[in-house]
Design a protein around this ligand. Sequence first.
Ligand code: PXP
Length: 252
Amino acid sequence: MPVPPLRLGINVDHVATLRNARGGARPDPVRAALIAIEAGADGITAHLREDRRHIRDTDMERLKAEISKPLNFEMAATPDMLRISLGVKPHAVCLVPERREELTTEGGLDVVGQHNALAPFIARLSDAGIRVSLFISADPQQIEMAARLRAPVIEIHTGGWCDAVVDGHAAKAEAEWQRIVAGAKLARAAGLEVHAGHGLDYQTSETIAGLPELAELNIGYFMMGEALFVGLGETVRSMRAAMDRGRQRLAG
Ligand code: PXP
């Protein structure tokens, strides 16, 4: 199977987190999106949470209107979010689990347990020409169900692996990594486009870029933290370079 180019999606949620800390209009997540694209991002991701803790409805509308690259709209599978996303008409929707009390998206979507509930969402979004992605852990049963649900894309949750790498838990990191490697292969063999995201930094992005099955990484929190010190444009360029190094190993 040919190796797809690896796209970089930048998640701008935490620019909105910072903005909302003071309630005004700055810093503007749309400005961050434009800078990221200028520096080489292939797309922009934003998560409209039920509690609107960072991205707001108007941010989504402005992102859709003002950016020149694909918008990936992350959302929970609720009737309200379906209505909003059908109005915004992003390039893609990534369905994620959502619990109010969580700090971030802590686990993957349970597509095995929720396939009956998810099927109509996937159908409605697909009928509207929106590419649907399911954010799941690299679990064979979840991957097989995602394929049966006819979602064209899965995004593998890399949070457990990234945390283990950063915390220096070598055995856990290796086990999580092997799960991701096997999951990416299984998903690709089932005809799914494979994305990955959550917790990625330069090191883990370079490593995961070496998986030929991957087509896209979505990265946010680390990018915005780095941007505080070196600027967002520089952070995007460094991330792109890390991903290119990982990808080049495939050619060698
Ligand atoms: N992909 C998905 C589906 C997510 O929910 C998130 C977190 O919002 C990310 C990627 C980005 O994760 P991080 O902010 O840790 O890079």
